[in-house]
Write a protein that binds this ligand. Structure first.
Ligand code: FAD
Length: 431
């Protein structure tokens, strides 16, 4: 191993591998340091991987990458205790190349991506923990690992160490994440024969669907639940803001068990065998929580920079785009021979001009609003179930009387003004 690299990447998740792949292709010497036994060993994701951002790195990757199913349908469920309002969209267009997104197992996908990096010349060192960044004269010059004589030097260090990024915190780029800035998610992989999955989810052979579940799936806590179809497994998961879980004294595992018993979920997972169980944090602080992204000799990418769009369950794509943009800035800095904050600030500029920051900015008030006002999840989502139940139950009551009854129940103790204000604020936060 040479003594000094052009770049060190900490973390072999999709953000780190994207950065490493791009830099290596431009001829830079790159080492990726991963604490897990192999890339993907520590990574948890439901998960849906988006084609466009991966294709920015490896054209037509779907022809060789280990993917589960192309997603042809996305369903949305608004759940109450024993009912659900459903909507969604299915498109044959998503069943054909170049596809829209795929379900994946990150354990498999990240190993494949890491192999592509190795083929491009990246050195990947597994089972090695980066303990701290080495700083000289106010510039990051390398990292200290837990290996004997484990200091490694580089012109730039890319911090791609995920949501628990202790390294960016050590550098003073952010404080400890607050419980309202992270969600705790738990997930199970449930084994089922592929034909059973296809029959239960009304799918053509090999095709996949996703279900995002709001409301009852998290017992009214701010968060979401999901069901994704893989080849021979379902991914079933649920996550809620840590602050809400603590306040309600609910364990995420109990949310998952509760979800599995819901009458809309139960038949989908009948006789499925649980084979894996995971728990992981998801950064949910959004735009306002994005930390300092660039310092002298260092950049922060992916979950480590809170780049997750929770409203659209997008994280892997923001991670890959931020890794790629950081790499492009480092390649440019390499050409200039300068690696200070000013030279690397091109990364921050391009990220701010990309969909990544535009989308985070668009939803900057949403999770705060939903956390502040529990009525959205506890009253308004159940009200949608109640309204449809009322209208669709034929019992001899006139539709006009039903409408009145619905309005009375929705208004309950609330004034029309306060309901209108809540709806307006939700529209404002999401528009
Ligand atoms: P990670 O994938 O977390 O990678 C960080 C890597 O750094 C890890 O390999 C870790 O071992 C390593 N590391 C950490 N610290 C050190 C250290 N000190 N030294 C060495 N190595 C270190 N996103 C989607 O787009 N679609 C989904 O469907 C989706 N579903 C999700 C479901 C769940 C349950 C969860 C938890 C997340 C989901 N996400 C989803 C979010 C997505 O997984 C993340 O946004 C994405 O993985 C971020 O990639 P990353 O490379 O920044 O971080």
């Amino acid at each position: 191993m040479p003594e000094k690299f052009d770049a060190i990447v900490v973390g072999a998740g999709v953000a780190g591998l994207a950065a490493a792949y791009k830099m290596s292709q431009a001829g830079l010497s790159v080492v990726v340091i991963e604490r897990g036994d192999y890339p993907g060993a520590k990574n948890v994701m439901g998960g849906v991987l988006y084609r466009s951002m991966m294709e920015d790195l490896i054209p037509e990757f779907w022809k060789e990458a280990p993917l589960q199913r192309p997603v042809v349908e996305q369903r949305f469920w608004f759940m109450d205790i024993d009912s659900v309002v459903t909507t969604g969209y299915k498109s044959q267009d998503w069943a054909r190349e170049p596809y829209n997104c795929f379900t994946v197992f990150r354990g498999q996908f990240d190993q494949w991506f890491a192999r592509k990096c190795t083929e491009a010349g990246v050195v990947i060192v597994n089972e090695t923990l980066v303990e701290e960044c080495l700083v000289e004269n106010d510039k990051v010059v390398g990292v200290r690992t837990n290996r004997p004589e484990g200091d490694i030097y580089a012109n730039v260090v890319v911090l791609a160490d995920g949501v628990n990024s202790l390294l960016a915190k050590q550098l003073g780029f952010h404080q400890e994440w607050q419980p309202q800035q992270v969600a705790l998610a738990v997930m199970e992989e449930l084994k089922l024969p592929s034909e059973v999955i296809e029959e239960r989810f009304n799918l053509e052979p090999g095709m996949g669907t996703t279900i995002e579940i709001f409301g009852g799936g998290t017992l009214g806590l701010v968060g979401t639940a999901f069901i994704y179809t893989n080849k021979e497994h379902l991914s079933l998961g649920v996550g809620a803001l840590l602050s809400q879980l603590r306040q309600a004294k609910i364990k995420p595992y109990d949310l998952l068990e509760n979800l599995k018993k819901h009458p809309a979920v139960r038949p989908l997972i009948r006789n499925a065998e649980p084979v894996e169980y995971y728990a992981h944090l998801i950064p949910e602080g959004g735009y306002k929580a994005v930390p300092q992204l660039v310092g002298n000799g260092v950049v922060v990418v992916g979950d480590a920079a809170q780049l997750v769009n929770g409203i659209h369950r997008e994280g892997s794509n923001l991670a890959m785009t931020s890794g790629r943009l950081a790499a492009e800035a480092i390649i440019r800095a390499h050409q200039m021979g300068e690696f200070d904050r000013r030279a690397l600030s091109h990364y921050e500029e391009t990220l701010r001009n990309s969909y990544v920051m535009a989308d985070l900015k668009k939803y900057k008030d949403s999770s705060h609003l939903f956390e502040k006002n529990p009525k959205y999840f506890n009253e308004y989502l159940p009200a949608a179930n109640m309204a449809l139940h009322e209208m669709l139950t034929v019992d001899g009551t006139s539709k006009k009387d039903k409408q009145k009854r619905i309005m009375q129940r929705i208004l309950g103790g609330n004034s029309l003004y306060s309901v209108g204000k809540d709806l307006y604020q939700a529209w404002k936060a999401m528009r």
